[in-house]
Design a protein. Structure first.
Length: 175
């Protein structure tokens, strides 16, 4: 397993237990960096690939993907979380700033044709999840890896399973 950069540990260790609820969009639950790193490594994230985090919260997954060499984009609807991520991007991690991008908005408004790897924290309202999974199935290009994190149930998608972690912590599906 790769090493997590010290600045990531420093920035995000104090935020591990903070949880946020957003109006209708879902729940933000910060995940520990080692768990996220294992999921990205299991998805075989490679340098130069385009990585998207849907509902990127404070940006931790985006920064981790950038540290692994990906061009990483976070899409976040909540203004407060979006500002946290962009503040961290500007002040703490100038080394990864060129490889990271944050967009404020609803990820359901995006087309998923571009990214090589997509990360989604498996939570939120069932109706929104259904909309997302329908859109992902339609838009993802062949070979795109989808990481659905922190869910014990396999997402109802007609994509082939690449890996299901044990105990169920994440599913990696391939378009």
């Amino acid at each position: 397993m790769g090493v997590i950069m010290p600045w990531l540990e420093t920035v995000f260790s104090s935020r591990e237990r903070t949880r946020y609820t957003m109006d209708g969009a879902g729940l933000f639950v910060p995940a520990p960096l080692p768990d996220l790193r294992r999921a990205l490594e299991a998805a075989e994230l490679k340098a130069g690939e385009l990585f998207w985090d849907l509902g990127s919260g404070d940006g931790r997954v985006v920064f981790l993907a950038a540290e692994m060499g990906a061009h990483a984009r976070g899409i976040e609807a909540d203004e407060s979380l979006f500002r946290q991520a962009t503040d961290i991007q500007k002040s703490v991690c100038p080394a990864t700033s060129a490889a990271t991008e944050f967009t404020r908005g609803d990820f359901l408004d995006c087309s998923f044709e571009e990214p090589d790897v997509i990360f989604y924290y498996g939570g939120g309202a069932p109706r929104r999840q259904h909309e997302l999974y329908t859109k992902l199935e339609r838009d993802m290009h062949p070979g795109t890896r989808l990481i659905v994190f922190r869910t014990s149930r396999r997402p109802p998608l007609n994509l082939r399973s690449h890996l299901n972690s044990h105990p169920p912590e994440y599913h990696i599906l391939v378009g």
